[in-house]
Design a protein around this ligand. Structure first.
Ligand SMILES: [Zn+2]
Length: 461
């Protein structure tokens, strides 16, 4: 066997009195001196660096440059932000990263946050157009909570540490168990508290939710409203609609939920607008004001409302043996049945003598429930009146938000579609379309703020 002495190295530690010190050993093979590792320097073995002080610097810099390289690579790709996030999740966490993290996790003192390059989070902000002042709490949440299920590296780090600690603890090798025991008393080992990686993620998400509830007033109240009053069985459909949107509208929805849209109120705060007021009515220009509040934008909101209504009317036109009355041009007017006192959006009388009264409201998220209650009391009398003429009267109180989130009360729509024999798939198709129309029209309304309104045709998707 030929030994390549130049490929070998020696590293020496000796005990001098009570202290250990590094020294330079003199070892010869075939009269050749084996290269020495100098005092304070490290050697690499099986991908890990070893030195006298065992600092984390080498791993840290290796980790940082690896992550930087990957993030810059993903960033340069001309793809949809949702795919960048997907690449980030797959690339970063499936390459060498976890191995390095695990090693660090075993040794690292202090917070994992100090180890993770900050640029990771900055890239996520960049892809989603979230300004530096905007919180990422919501995008870190899972998709069934209107988030994007983005896992920050610090959470992955804790998960790695949890896996590693558990492997030591449950190893069939007793010596390894002893190693776990010996190190578990150390104040540096922080993550013996978690039993599973799922728990780590769950704790992180509930922490973000807690933050929304207690610290972030504006985003918090928005978030509470949509999670509390929305029909949770439809959140999955909403999330699917969101991810099918083109980049600009996708990012618009993220910033909308995040409360970081560039309204005048925000721009003024960032020093980018001389005024924080709406150009039409001089009220503060907030997201609510632009997409659902301003009294001089009413025809825009009606356009959105009618676009959604129009889709529903087209979908229900085919219900056999029924008569349709819609408060839109081209249809018979609902006042034929209800008189002029009430003008619900939509009436459908069936061959079995049932009258469906459908009232659609598209409003800001914080009014999701209020709109339900308002319409309930408004149409109470009409429902009572019509009960005298029909075998039964069903009120479909359809309150959806500007971003197409359906309120709990929208279960009455699902019931109606069931009554008409719509299959589950067809029902989901209708919900998807209505959500998409709401999002796209709201986006358009937002883009036209402080500009002329050109009375576009009803939006169909
Ligand atoms: Zn206004």
């Amino acid at each position: 066997m030929i030994i390549r002495v130049d490929k070998c190295s020696t590293f020496g530690i000796k005990k001098a009195l009570t202290k250990s010190t590094q020294y330079l050993p003199k070892l010869l093979i075939n009269k050749q001196l084996i290269p020495k590792i100098n005092i304070g320097e490290a050697f690499q073995y099986l991908g890990k660096y070893f030195s006298f002080n065992m600092p984390d610097e080498h791993h840290k810099s290796e980790l940082i440059s690896l992550v930087e390289e990957l993030m810059a690579d993903i960033d340069s790709k001309p793809i949809h932000p949702k795919n960048k996030i997907l690449l980030y999740t797959v690339d970063i966490f499936c390459q060498d990263y976890p191995g390095i993290l695990q090693f660090l996790a075993y040794r690292k003192r202090g917070s994992p946050k100090t180890l993770i390059p900050k640029s990771t989070v900055n890239y996520i902000r960049k892809w989603l157009d979230i300004p530096i002042s905007g919180t990422l709490s919501i995008v870190f949440l899972t998709r069934n909570k209107f988030g994007l299920s983005i896992c920050p590296p610090s959470v992955k780090f804790i998960q790695c540490q949890t896996v590693l600690r558990k492997a030591l603890k449950t190893s069939p090798n007793e010596a390894i168990n002893d190693l776990w025991k010996a190190t578990s008393n150390s104040k540096y080992i922080q993550y013996d508290v978690y039993n599973s990686t799922k728990r780590v993620l769950k704790d992180f998400c509930s922490g973000q939710e807690g933050k929304l509830h207690t610290q972030l007033t504006c985003q918090g109240s928005f978030f509470i409203n949509i999670t509390k009053f929305s029909l949770s069985q439809l959140t999955k459909i909403w999330s699917a609609c969101q991810s099918n949107l083109p980049k600009n509208i996708f990012n618009f929805t993220v910033r909308y939920i995040n409360n970081s849209l560039p309204t005048r109120q925000k721009l003024a705060r960032w020093g980018l607008s001389p005024t924080s007021d709406c150009s039409r009515c001089l009220a503060p220009e907030t997201p609510l004001h632009v997409v659902a509040g301003c009294q001089s934008y009413l025809e825009r909101f009606t356009w959105r409302h009618d676009s959604v209504l129009n889709f529903l009317a087209i979908s229900l036109q085919t219900v056999s043996g029924s008569h349709l009355y819609v408060d839109l041009p081209g249809y018979k007017s609902p006042s034929i049945i209800t008189g002029d006192n009430y003008r619900p959006d939509f009436l459908l009388s069936t061959s079995t003598g049932t009258l469906y009264i459908v009232e659609l409201t598209v409003g800001f998220e914080s009014n999701l429930q209020k709109n339900v209650e308002r319409k309930q009391s408004k149409y109470k009398e009409l429902i009572r009146e019509q009960n005298e003429h029909f075998n039964s009267v069903k009120f479909v109180n359809l309150s959806i938000s500007s971003l197409g989130v359906f309120s709990k009360e929208c279960c009455t729509l699902i019931e109606m579609l069931n009554d008409f024999g719509f299959q589950k798939q067809h029902q989901n198709y209708c919900i998807r379309r209505m959500t998409t129309i709401a999002i796209r029209t709201t986006y358009y309304i937002f883009c036209c703020r402080n500009k002329e309104w050109m009375n576009p045709e009803l939006l169909t998707v």
